[in-house]
Design a protein around this ligand. Structure first.
Ligand code: IPT
Length: 983
């Protein structure tokens, strides 16, 4: 009998949920190789008795082998499926189609009564997607759902001394799938560990331990609630606690005169042993109080600001299978980028992640495994989050989440789930949680009216909406009337998702942070999201790539929409992550003038003693002096002023750079790791006196350049070159191309999200309509003078009346060959431009060189994502200048170029008057070639190396799911000019 259409969470034989504890009771892992076979469809439940594979003598000789834990779709059986909001099966709750991939798993294990003599033996599953039915030695033990939750059965009475057979049938789809509609791969399988857990007689079945600390006095309370045998002893050697209770009536919270606080910045944990005569459980307890006081969220008495990310469990090879080293690496990388909070989007992670969060220091919002997003498309009709038929399933999820993870200091808020509309079952979940654990506030974004949650949460609000919630109200509070609006505005405000980090982006991180600074009610938020979900795959010819929706032939999928992380699928940090690190600097450094700088401590707990200040002055990018200073001792929230030592005056471009760095190594970074950086320009570049021409034309050669009759460059010294060609196009980013909250489907199969409605189409829709990707050029005139050449070009798209007129003025002088470019728009322009610049063609061989530049770097930057960029001398291989985003798109723009060396090519940019410095970009493909390509391996063969010099680029925004580029970062048609010298 299967339970596919059963909205109940599982069989009654499941044991009561409890914490994932470290105990000295015996444990036997059942991980390893199991026998496996996959049915394309549910084998059916019309046969009485257990399916044949469950029988003890089942012949598995024809079966495959599969590792447990794993997802079968990543081991050559079936395939992963990606959908965001949509269900990949009919909306026919609680039923699922018969074509239901079903994985039979079977293994033999040894067990002897001595495993836990006199006690019981439990069978534990830590995560199975989505419905599992379990047999031991042919007897049905039970069934369960709740993919990312733990389940235990007592199998003692079914075990025999010696060999035992465990059989598990896993259905990919079940009624529970309606509750698990998160924006991620559907990845069925036994993907977390399976084990036998010995339960000694008089052991500890469960422990609930909470550490509280009074922020005013520093006194602590340790509240330990054991369940199981008696008497119970609680020992905390560091605090001199050694307390024995002989019966439940004796349990009292233990008071401590002075205890250190646990915070994300000071993750101080105390070892707590709880024992009976049969079992000892070791907990690591942190003492902190989390409370909502009016519209403030406080931790240890001070405002808790979330500088966090939404973290899904995703690994390009293992999917959601836990790997300790990988996760530790992720968390350390977060801390190195000033990220101190995690929302466990959208389900409980492997329990070990929370232990690591306790140790490394993160404020965690722990989310239940619940999302019914697809019901959005049917106006929430029949939404399981509201329908009483699903009450037990919803409550079961809340209970299993809270019980499993209740002992973690890092968990500061419970989240009921994500995008499940609103309804009675959610309210009941909140009620149950409040009863069980009143030490943590409750979060759920979909509770727009604030009826059952403790904080007001929003996703992807505009800056105006935030200002309206936190400051003067200028617009209605999101989707609710005045009464609920007033209630919501009286609570702490958090952004559970913001700054959609898809592809190149997000823009405006600094703008969001400035609101966090401005409004005490705003308690920060969580960037969407930490990491791209690409799955490592290979083309037929063996080229590796990262697959996304549709790459496995799924008939219904959401394309590239899960490639939206700050970290690429292979773990490469994106420039967006660097930008976030800069915006979330724990101390800010602000130049006040001359040698004075203001230092502000924005941390929650820490002072400044663990940091030192390194400074350097560079003239034309070359260090002229440097030193190290002590930071003033600043408490959180305080600021002070420092003076740098005097240094001789500059005659050329001088920048002073300050870096606050760790004095000593920490658990997540070595000594010297820079946590904050700021720069100030103290002297501008000296104008270079014009030097007289050293020669004129020799045939078609002017200096080192050779031109054709139309004024185009054809040779530079030994290099065959081409251009310059005016250019307005950039390969659209997803933020250019999409409107996550918009409505209609795209023609591009990789992009199945809305591209905006007719009134507010996505930028790239406008750009394409106006033909910015296909300018046609007409040389208006070419004039040669004794020492120069002026080429005028008019560029317009087919059937349009607007365009740009470009004047390329070349002149040979004592410095080299000077090119002044001047671009002016004409005609009825009514859209922004992606970029405005010119393109040169260079020989492909130069792509193998290393580029050296003096300008901004080290990473790409754009008008609304430029906090991490600073001025200096940098070097990188040409191929490392761009970022391998999940889908080819604009990448690699570095504004503020002073000079560029690439093999034999040297160019210098000259700023003068209203003429700014251009940005540069080097790419093996043109912007046109990069457009509309689903994966890097589908790019056409490279035809050379392209150098773009841009006066400006459009901002990035985060419109793939959020606001568009703000007007102040938009590139509207305007006249631009810049000058470079080839020497
Ligand atoms: C929001 C989801 O909560 C999140 O899981 C993810 O899908 C994100 O969007 C987009 O990447 S929901 C959206 C309708 C705002």
């Amino acid at each position: 009998m299967t339970h596919l259409g059963d909205s109940a969470p599982g069989s009654d034989t499941r044991l009561a949920p409890r914490a994932w504890l470290r105990s000295d009771a015996p444990v036997q892992s059942l991980d390893g190789e199991w026998a496996f076979r996959l049915h394309d469809a549910d084998p059916g439940d019309d046969v009485d008795g257990p399916p044949p594979f469950a029988a003890i003598d089942a012949d598995v000789s024809g079966w495959d082998r599969i590792p447990v834990p794993s997802h079968w779709g990543l081991h050559g059986h079936g395939h992963p499926t990606y959908t965001n909001i949509r269900y990949p099966f009919p909306l026919d709750p609680p039923h699922v189609p018969d074509a239901n991939p079903t994985g039979d798993h079977r293994r033999v294990f040894e067990w002897h009564p001595s495993f836990c003599a006199g006690g019981r033996t439990l069978l534990r599953f830590e995560g199975v997607e989505s419905l599992a039915t379990v047999w031991v030695n042919g007897a049905e033990i039970g069934w369960f759902t709740g993919s990312r939750l733990m389940t235990e059965f007592d199998i003692t009475d079914h075990l025999v001394d010696g060999e035992n057979v465990l059989a598990v049938r896993v259905h990919q789809w079940s009624a529970a799938s309606y509750l698990e509609d998160q924006d991620q791969w559907w990845l069925p399988g036994i993907f977390r560990s399976v084990s036998l857990q010995g339960r000694p007689a008089n052991g500890l079945d469960d422990v609930f331990a909470r550490g509280d600390r009074d922020p005013a006095t520093g006194a602590g309370t340790l509240d330990v609630r054991p369940r199981g045998g008696w008497p119970v002893t609680v020992r905390v050697p560091e605090l001199g606690i050694d307390e024995t209770w002989t019966a439940p009536s004796e349990i009292v919270p233990l008071t401590i005169d002075a205890v250190d606080a646990w915070t994300a910045e000071t993750p101080r944990l105390y070892d707590v042993d709880v024992s009976t005569d049969a079992e000892t459980v070791r907990l690591r307890v942190g003492f902190r109080r989390v409370e909502v006081v009016g519209d403030r969220l406080l931790a240890d008495g001070r405002p808790l600001i979330f500088r966090g990310v939404n973290r899904h469990e995703t690994d390009p090879d293992r999917g959601r299978v836990f790997d300790e080293e990988y996760v530790r690496g992720e968390l350390e990388l977060m801390r190195r980028h000033n990220i101190t909070a995690i929302r466990t989007a959208h389900q409980p992670p492997h329990p070990r992640v929370l232990e690591l969060a306790d140790e490394l220091g993160f404020w965690v919002v722990l989310e239940c495994d619940l999302e019914t997003h697809g019901f959005w498309d049917v106006e929430w009709t029949g939404n399981p989050a509201d329908d009483p038929a699903w009450r037990a399933a919803c409550l079961d999820r809340a209970r299993r989440t809270i019980e499993r993870d209740k002992n973690h200091a890092s968990v500061v808020m419970w989240s009921l789930g994500n995008e499940s509309g609103t309804g009675r079952n959610l309210a009941e979940m909140a009620g149950w949680i409040r009863e069980r654990d009143d030490s943590r506030p409750i979060h759920y974004e979909g509770d727009y009216g604030g009826a059952y949650t403790d904080v007001y949460s929003r996703m992807y609000p505009t800056l105006e909406e935030i200002a309206s919630v936190c400051g003067e109200q200028t617009m209605p509070v999101h989707e609710i009337g005045p009464a609920e609006g007033a209630r919501q505005r009286a609570k702490p405000f958090v952004l559970c998702e913001f700054a959609h980090a898809m592809g190149n982006g997000p823009g405006s991180l600094a703008d969001y942070e400035s609101l966090v600074e401005a409004y005490p009610r705003l308690h920060g938020g969580f960037v969407w999201e930490w990491r791209d979900h690409g799955i490592r795959a290979r083309t037929d010819d063996g080229t590796e790539f990262f697959a996304y929706g549709g790459d496995f032939g799924e008939p219904v999928h959401d394309g590239v929409y899960l490639m939206d992380g700050l970290v690429l699928s292979d773990g490469t940090p994106s420039p967006g992550l660097g930008e976030l690190a800069a915006v979330w600097a724990p101390v800010t450094l602000e130049h006040l003038g001359e040698r004075s700088w203001r230092v502000r401590n924005r941390q929650h707990t820490l002072g400044t003693a663990h940091l030192e200040l390194q400074w350097r002055a560079e003239d034309d990018g070359i260090p002229v002096s440097s030193g190290t200073l002590d930071l003033p001792a600043l408490a959180p929230g305080d600021e002070g002023v420092i003076e740098l030592p005097e240094i001789p005056d500059a005659t050329t471009e001088r920048w002073v750079t300050l870096e606050a760095a760790l004095r000593e190594g920490s658990a997540w970074a070595p000594a010297g790791h820079v946590v904050s950086r700021a720069q100030a320009q103290l002297h501008a570049a000296a104008p270079r006196p014009a030097r007289a021409a050293t020669g004129g034309w020799r045939g078609d050669a002017l200096g080192d350049a050779v031109f054709d009759r139309r004024g185009g460059l054809v040779r530079w010294r030994d290099l065959e070159v081409s251009g310059p060609l005016p250019e307005l196009w950039r390969a659209p980013t997803e933020n250019d191309q999409l409107d996550g909250q918009g409505s209609y489907e795209t023609a591009d199969p990789a992009l199945t999200h809305g591209r905006g409605d007719e009134d507010t189409p996505a930028s790239s829709v406008r750009w394409l309509e106006r033909g910015l990707d296909r300018l046609q050029h007409r040389v208006l005139s070419v004039e040669r003078s004794d020492d120069g050449l002026v080429q005028r070009v008019r560029s317009m798209a087919a059937h349009s009346a607007q365009g740009i007129e470009t004047t390329f003025s070349w002149r040979l002088d004592g410095d080299g060959l000077r090119l002044h470019t001047d671009i002016r728009p004409f005609g009825p322009w009514d859209c922004t431009w992606p970029r405005v610049g010119a393109r040169f063609g260079l020989p492909a061989a130069l792509a193998g060189e290393r580029a050296h530049w003096f300008g901004t770097g080290p990473a790409e930057s754009y008008p609304d994502s430029a906090e991490a960029a600073y001025v200096g001398r940098f070097a990188a291989d040409v191929d490392a200048l761009g970022v391998a985003y999940g889908r080819p798109q604009e990448t690699g723009h570095r504004p503020g170029l002073r000079s560029l060396d690439l093999g034999p090519l040297h160019l210098r940019a000259v700023a003068s008057g209203s003429t700014g410095l251009p940005g540069f970009q080097l790419d093996r493909h043109t912007a046109q070639e990069r457009t509309g390509v689903a994966h890097a391996h589908e790019l056409p063969p490279s035809r050379g190396l392209w150098l773009y010099l841009d006066a400006a680029q459009h901002g990035l925004g985060s419109r793939a799911c959020g606001p568009d580029v703000l007007p102040r970062y938009a590139l509207w048609p305007r006249a631009v000019s810049w000058t470079v010298v080839f020497d």
